[in-house]
Design a protein. Structure first.
Length: 102
């Protein structure tokens, strides 16, 4: 299973892809596309939800640390995490299968 490393309040943390995290983000954020849109809009609640899902915690347990870290520094890594969740925990391939073969 894939993981995404983030720094929250100066400490390294590992967001872990799991079915539970995927189901949580998908259900509460309005689907994976909704989660990405909420990250782009810097929706603070979405950040709390996604970090908590990746850490296996409740959003209330990460709110203060995420707030103190600041949203802009987390946007790219959380977007990467949402895309991994949407792809079953696997990295997105840069080249579709079968292309580039001679």
């Amino acid at each position: 299973m894939s993981e995404v490393e983030v720094t929250i309040k100066g400490r390294p943390e590992t967001l872990k892809c799991s079915l539970k995290a995927a189901k949580t983000v998908n259900a509460v954020a309005g689907g994976f596309q909704g989660a990405l849109a909420r990250l782009a809009a810097m929706d603070q609640e979405a950040y709390f939800l996604i970090v908590a899902a990746g850490l296996g915690k409740k959003p209330i347990d990460v709110e203060q640390a995420v707030y103190e870290t600041g949203l802009p520094s987390l946007t790219e890594k959380l977007s990467e995490f949402v895309l991994l969740l949407a792809n079953g925990g696997k990295p997105l391939s840069a080249e579709p299968a079968g292309e580039g073969e001679a």
